[in-house]
Design a protein around this ligand. Structure first.
Ligand SMILES: Cc1cc2nc3c(=O)[nH]c(=O)nc-3n(C[C@H](O)[C@H](O)[C@H](O)COP(=O)(O)OP(=O)(O)OC[C@H]3O[C@@H](n4cnc5c(N)ncnc54)[C@H](O)[C@@H]3O)c2cc1C
Length: 416
C-alpha cells in the first residue's frame, strides 16, 4: 500500500491526510508540537468561553469554510455591530469621520486598492511608499496599518502590487463570520479520519529522498519511511533551515523559500471585570499600539468582558504593551480602565517554536514565488500549506486548497 508521510498537523496537513486516507493511501502525519491544529488553536480556561489564539474569522460567504460550516452544522454568526476608529485619542464612528478629507481619502484607498496598477509593471513599491507618494500624513497611517494589517504585516513590508492582485483575485465574499463555539471544530472531521495516523512531538529534522522512497529523521533519531512526503510546515521553519533535505532543494525552491515572507505578531487577550463598551461594539481599529481590538466574546455565549488586541511587529514585553494599551483605551473611553483590568493572556506567534510567525503576506513577487514553493521536488517530495497558495494565502481555506492540490499531485504520481 502506498505510504505518504505528512509533515505538520495544521489545517493543510490534516486535510491532505484525511483526503488521502479516504482514497485508500496509508498515511502517517508527523507533528512537532504536542497538539494538532497548528495555527488553529482554541484555548479554554482563560474566560467563560473559548478564545481563539490563531484563526478566528471565516473570511467570506463564498468560502469553502463557510460552506463547510453549513454542511457540518458548525454554528457561525456574521461579524456585525459598530466598528470604531481611534483618532486623536477619541473613539469615532464612520459617520463622525465622514466629513474629514483624510478619511475620504482613506475610504477611497480601501475601496480602490485592488485596482492599483504600477505604471511600470516591474516596479515594486511598498504600501508605505505608496502612501508617502500620496502625502498621507503620519497621523493617518494607523488607519492604513489597520486595514492592510489583516495581511499580517505593516505597510512598509507589504507590496502594493501583490496586495492589489490578491484583493482583485479574492472571490470568497466580503462578509466575516465567527464560530459560536470554537474554531477547532473546522478541523474535527479531518482529525477524526486521521486520528490513528497522527504522531505528535515528532520534530522532523531531516528528509532524505532515495530511488526507493523517502526517509524522515526526527530530533530524537526516530526514523520513518514512506513512498513520498508532503511538507506543510510554516515558511519560517524552512527559512531557518530547521529541516535538512537530501538531496538539497533546487535553487528555485530555495529562492522561493527565502523570498516569501511571514509576518510577526501576537494576540493579547485583555480581561476586564466588566464591559465598559457599548453592547453593539464589534471592533476598534487604528490604534497606535494594537492595529485592532475586537470584542472576543461577541456572538458567543459569554458574560465576561474580553478584548482581543492584534499587534504587529512590536518588540516590547507583554507588560509594557498591556500598560500602553490600557493607556490608549482609557484615553479613548475617557475613564481610567486600570481598576477594571483583571488579566492578560499573550500568544506571541513569532516566538511559537514550530510556527515562528503569523502567516505569509504579499511581499514583492510573492505570487511568483508561491507557485515555485508549491511545485513538487522530483516525484517524492510535495509541498502544501497556506504559503503555497497564490491568492488564498494566510487563511484556513488557503491551507485546505493547498491540501486538495497536493493530493491530486500525489495521485498523479502514485496511482492506486
Ligand atoms: C494570529 C493568527 C490569526 C489568524 N486569523 C485567521 C482568520 O481569522 N481566518 C483565517 O482563515 N486564517 C487565519 N489565520 C491563518 C490560518 O490560521 C493559517 O493560514 C492556517 O491555519 C495555516 O495552516 P497550515 O496547515 O498551512 O500551517 P500550520 O497550521 O502552521 O501547520 C503546520 C504544522 O507544522 C508543524 N511543524 C513545524 N515544524 C515541524 C517539523 N520540523 N516537524 C513536524 N511538524 C512541524 C507545526 O507545529 C504546525 O502544527 C490566522 C493565523 C494567525 C497566526
Amino acid at each position: 500500500m502506498t505510504k505518504i508521510a505528512i509533515l505538520g498537523a495544521g489545517a493543510a496537513g490534516l486535510r491532505a491526510g484525511s483526503l488521502l486516507k479516504q482514497k485508500g493511501y496509508n498515511v502517517e502525519i508527523l507533528e512537532a508540537s504536542e497538539r494538532v491544529g497548528g495555527r488553529v488553536w482554541s484555548i479554554k480556561g482563560f474566560a467563560d468561553f473559548t478564545v481563539e489564539a490563531g484563526a478566528c474569522f471565516v473570511h467570506g460567504e463564498h468560502s469553502s469554510l463557510y460552506a463547510w460550516a453549513n454542511n457540518k452544522n458548525i454554528p457561525v454568526s456574521e461579524v456585525k455591530g459598530s466598528f470604531l476608529y481611534l483618532y486623536e485619542q477619541q473613539l469615532l464612528s464612520h459617520r463622525q469621520l465622514a466629513q474629514e478629507a483624510f478619511f475620504k481619502d482613506f475610504l477611497e484607498f480601501r475601496e480602490g486598492y485592488s485596482y492599483y496598477e504600477a505604471e511600470d509593471p516591474r516596479e515594486e513599491i511598498s504600501v508605505q511608499e505608496f502612501l508617502h507618494a500620496h502625502h498621507v500624513a503620519p497621523a493617518h497611517i494607523p488607519f492604513y496599518s489597520a486595514l492592510v494589517g489583516a495581511y499580517g504585516a505593516l505597510p512598509e513590508a507589504i507590496s502594493m502590487k501583490e496586495m492589489a492582485q490578491a484583493a482583485a483575485a479574492w472571490d470568497e465574499g466580503s462578509k466575516n463570520f465567527r464560530c459560536k463555539t470554537e474554531f477547532t471544530e473546522f478541523l474535527s472531521v479531518d482529525i477524526e479520519v486521521v486520528r490513528d495516523c497522527i504522531h505528535t512531538q515528532k520534530v522532523v529534522r531531516l528528509v532524505e529522498q532515495y530511488a526507493w522512497g523517502t526517509r524522515l529523521v526526527t530530533d530524537m533519531g526516530e526514523i520513518y519511511e514512506a513512498d513520498a512526503v508532503i511538507v506543510t510546515v510554516p515558511l519560517t521553519i524552512l527559512q531557518d533551515n530547521f529541516i535538512s533535505f537530501q538531496p538539497p532543494l533546487s535553487p528555485a525552491k530555495v529562492k522561493a523559500i527565502q523570498q516569501l515572507k511571514m509576518g510577526k505578531g501576537r494576540k493579547i487577550f485583555l480581561k476586564f471585570k466588566q464591559k465598559f463598551w457599548d453592547a453593539q461594539l464589534a471592533e476598534i481599529t487604528a490604534g497606535n499600539v494594537a492595529q485592532e481590538y475586537w470584542v472576543e466574546g461577541r456572538g458567543k455565549n459569554s458574560q465576561q468582558a474580553v478584548l482581543t488586541a492584534f499587534i504587529l511587529d512590536r518588540t516590547e514585553r507583554k507588560e509594557v504593551l498591556v500598560e500602553a494599551m490600557l493607556s490608549e483605551l482609557s484615553m479613548a473611553f475617557k475613564t481610567d480602565l486600570r481598576p477594571l483590568f483583571e488579566q492578560a493572556l499573550e500568544i506571541d506567534w513569532a516566538n511559537m517554536p514550530f510556527v515562528k510567525g503569523l502567516y505569509s503576506y504579499p511581499s514583492p513577487d510573492s505570487s511568483k514565488y508561491r507557485r515555485a514553493l508549491a511545485l513538487p521536488s522530483h516525484d517524492r517530495l510535495f509541498w502544501a500549506g497556506e504559503a503555497t497558495e497564490k491568492y488564498l494565502f494566510g487563511t484556513v481555506q488557503g491551507a485546505w486548497a493547498s491540501a486538495e492540490r497536493v493530493v491530486s499531485e500525489v495521485q498523479d504520481v502514485f496511482k492506486l
